[in-house]
Ligand binder design. Sequence first.
Ligand code: SF4
Length: 241
Amino acid sequence: MTALAKAEAAKPRVAALDKAYGHLDGLALLRVMIEKEFRGRIALGSSFGAEAGVLLALVAEIDPATPVLFLDTRKLFEETLRYKETLVARLGLTDVRVLRPDAAELVAEDPDATLWSRDYDACCDLRKVRPLNRALGDFDAWITGRKRFHGDGRTTLPTIEAEDGKIKINPLVRWSQADIAAEFKARDLPPHPLVAQGYLSIGCTTCTRRIEPNEEIRAGRWAASDKTECGIHKARWSKNP
Ligand code: SF4
């Protein structure tokens, strides 16, 4: 089945799930997806970034053995790698899967690790999109932490969607920045260490800068270009129609 055909086939499932659960979000939506609809067939994708603690804590409250997919591009901040260890220990997560770019592909396509400086999209494809797609083969659905207040193409995100035949659950789309902050406080979650330095959206060291107080939350990502997303949320059929 082609990627486009898979996307079409998933539409009725999305419609049924949306009808049953589209009014839910946060913990309530996660619980029904993890315990009922996709039991044993769902994973959480997490960057262990600035806001990630909330979604990780909600998932851990339901089932700390839920698989968590973490993309280690080999270009992350040391602070992110340490924060991951902190949160895993704090929340008792037992199945965090570290996804790295394929070694042979790295040698062939980015031998000097500077591909990012010539072609952001190719680098993200090599270091993020392909490793994630390989890992998602084990699952029917995955959970993302995207929110509408992030702006750009995220302002109209649905709670439940499909991409390349996988169902995507976005439990925090309707949450505000204040909601996230309140949940951090209520659960006494440790902040990512770079937040205090002005990094409110955190990716690779080469492609992330701190933001000014008047800037959009994701303004520090690929700031020298018009790129706004890494590509893991873009359907393959839309790239290769
Ligand atoms: S964010 Fe930058 S360094 Fe990281 S994978 Fe994308 S282009 Fe490469």
